[in-house]
Design a protein. Sequence first.
Length: 350
Amino acid sequence: MYLVLTHLVGGAGGYWGKKKGIPAGAMIGALLAVALMNTLVGHAAHYPPNLRVIVQILSGLIIGGRFTREDVKALRVMGKPILILLTMMFTFTILFSVLMQRISGLSFMTSLFACSPGGMSDLSLIAVDFGASTDKVMLLQLFRFVIVVMFFPNIIKKLYLSTSAPAISVEDSEAEPKEKESSRQFSLEKLKKFAVSLVVSSAGALLLRFLGVPAGAIIGAILATVVLSVASDLLSYPSFVKVLSRVLAGCYIGSQISRATWAALGELVIPMIIMAVEVFVMSFVTAYLLSRFTGMNKATALFCCTPGGIAEMGLIAEELGLDTPKIVLMHSCRLISVICLIPVLANIFT
């Protein structure tokens, strides 16, 4: 009953967060609502492993659905910039993970998932498979997102752009740059396509999970969905699935937060400082290399390297007249690469 109540409260919190226009509102709202309930009650619900797999399947469907045939074609000319981005990203992630472990006292796994520039909910869902502290990973990932949204747009405007642009209002932090469904009535044909998409995503997830691949559920769902998206026109899902996946992710992560979590928040001051340094160093160094070796515009390069949400970077870039498709593609590759490869690194260091 408490698990049911957890999702009811999380759903209400997710609805509130989305209506208020909070970045990643559905997930953050659900997380905060569940965490608040757990704090007041004094305990949290036990989250069944099979239910967590369902959350990962839905997340994998949404993430994999970002890739289209056009994106694959664009990889031919974007290969060099993407290679530079991913190489520097993983290099800095490992370096700062080791630094965070040695200075802050957090475990290496917690540090690795906290320093990885991926999605808040996705990395938190994977982190638990490797014994990382999920609540600390989520809090540090949230801190990274706040830094990016609050500081980088203004920094980029002042450094590289002569004219200022109006403020951007973003509804969802890690939202997809392309919606697979509009608000139109969900027809029977679309329902059939959604059923196929869900079956394919689930099959990929269960296969890799059965094979014992680290974080196999979400990686399998992503890879299967990418194949379906590129090879056919069958990939489709209603807009509520994205919101549902974020609410469920928020409920799960929130279920890991209790009174003990808030009591330990003081332990994260040093990791937060290290996280801030990592964000700035990784972004500016990688942007310099992109500009230097690919000829990419400096503002576009920094937008590509700033580890924020795809929607934020895409919308702000559009407003400022930058190369938005290129920026969205780079961030899509960053996110999917992190989710697929960080578990491999974690398994190596286990």
